[in-house]
Every structure is written in C-alpha cells, then in structure tokens.
Design a protein around this ligand. Structure first.
Ligand code: PRT
Ligand code: MG
Length: 216
C-alpha cells in the first residue's frame, strides 16, 4: 500500500536538530525554512513531506492527524496534555531546563519561608501550578506568551517560570535561577491512528530515530 507521511516541525532549533535524525532514517530535507517562505517542504522521499508550524502547535497538528508525526519539547507536550499522541522516543535534542527565576535583589527563599503570596509570570501555567502546589507555595499565575524575563524587571511579577539553557538571557536581565523544576528535551510524537494505519512506513523511521537518539 502507498503510505504517505506528513511530519510537523518548528523552525529553529527543533528543525536543525531533527535534520540529522532524518538523515539517519535516509530522509533529506533540502529547503531551509529560515530562507524559504514555504510552509510545506518536500523531502528526498516523495512520500514524506514536512510542514512548518509554531513549536506549541506541533502536538495539535499531530493530535488531529493533519500531521502523522512531529517533534515537540516536553514543555510544550506538558501544556498540551498529550491527548491522542503516542510518544515513543525521547530524542535527547533541544535540551534545556525549566526553572524559577527572580530579580537578583529578591529574597525568594525567605518569601517562601514566610508564606508570602507570589506573583509568577509564565507561559507554562500547568507546570507552574503543579510545581508551586507541590511545594505549598501560594501563587498568582500571570499568563504570558513570551519575553517572561521582562516580568520582574517592570514589576509585573515577583518571579518567572521559563526555560533556561546557557543562562545568558537570565544574566543579561539581572535575574537569578532559584529552582530547577525539570529537565526538558524534545520527543517524537506520533498520531495514534496513523501508528496503526501507516505502521509499515512509520515503524522503520521511529526505529532509526531511536537508534540515532541513543548514539548521540
Ligand atoms: O520562539 P517562538 O515563540 O516561535 O516559539 P518557541 O519559543 O516555542 O519555539 P523555539 O523554537 O524557540 O523552541 C522550541 C523548543 O526548544 C522549546 O519548546 C523547548 O523545548 C526547546 N528549547 C531548548 C528552548 C530552549 N532550549 C531555550 N533556551 N526553548 C526556548 N529557549 C529560550 C528560553 O525561553 C529563554 O528565553 O531561550 C532563552 C534562554 O536561553 P539561554 O541560553 O539564554 O539560557
Ligand atoms: Mg523561542
């Protein structure tokens, strides 16, 4: 049977770090999404195409079967909830951590000790809510869509929950990391129905990704 596949990827680090995994599966993408305006990219395999979507939209495309598989960060998957998705492989790419950060002058430890109510700005409401609930810290969460680092600088919030990799964004904004919530990496996500109906075509790719991720 002729099975064609659609892969959902976001531009930037996920696209760049998925390319070697695709090559390990014998699939080449020749267009560069940073240069091309195309949202659908062909690959060296006529039966496989790549769609370029926002990082936080990857699970949605795969959940509804508009893409058969995709690559998404654990941060994005936790907020999405993972419904309708099979997550067979931790690809060990786009690694970072999710952390709590505050202004350099803010005494987070004593605020927590005193049971103060903290204002926390974040894009990651679910993870933040669970983290502070587990610690017994009372928080008012403020939803932002980006540039969380600005929150404490302009008095919007006492703290932020954001991703940190090198730490240079925090340093540049005089913020300090006070708690690491979890390690983050990206996972391969597969539409549950496609896994059954397109198994023949998908299985070798999943296995190649698995081998390549392990040998990283
Ligand atoms: O950027 P855009 O708003 O379009 O979407 P996005 O931020 O969701 O996508 P993208 O491509 O930036 O990130 C995709 C995925 O990469 C995320 O979902 C994470 O799983 C993963 N990842 C790994 C990161 C980082 N490292 C990272 N450092 N995502 C974001 N960052 C940001 C972070 O939010 C902070 O602003 O980089 C800044 C910190 O970096 P350092 O090196 O200064 O600490
Ligand atoms: Mg980004």
């Amino acid at each position: 049977m002729n099975q064609s596949l659609t892969l959902a990827l976001s531009k930037g680090r996920i696209f760049d770090e998925t390319l070697p995994l695709l090559e390990a599966a014998g699939i080449k993408v020749t267009d560069d999404p940073e240069k091309s305006r195309k949202l659908i990219l062909p690959t060296s395999d006529p039966a496989i195409r790549v769609v370029i979507v926002r990082a936080s939209d990857v699970p949605t495309y795969v959940q509804y079967g508009a893409a058969d598989f995709g690559v998404a960060g654990k941060d994005v998957l936790l907020e999405h909830g993972g419904e309708g998705l099979y997550q067979p492989v931790d690809l060990n790419i786009a690694k970072c951590r999710m952390s709590v950060a505050v202004s350099a002058g803010f005494d987070y430890a004593s605020a927590v000790r005193q049971g103060a109510r903290l204002r926390v700005a974040t894009k990651y409401l679910k993870v933040a809510r669970e983290h502070f609930a587990a610690k017994g810290v009372h928080v008012d969460l403020i939803k932002l869509y980006g540039s969380m680092e600005l929150g404490p600088l302009v008095g919007l919030s006492d703290a932020i929950v954001d991703l940190v990799s090198t730490g240079s964004t925090l340093r540049a904004n005089h913020l300090v990391e006070v708690e690491q919530i979890m390690d983050i990496s990206s996972r391969l996500v597969v539409n549950r129905a496609a896994l059954k109906t397109k198994r023949e075509k998908l299985q070798p790719i999943i296995e190649a990704f698995e081998r390549a991720a392990r040998s990283e």
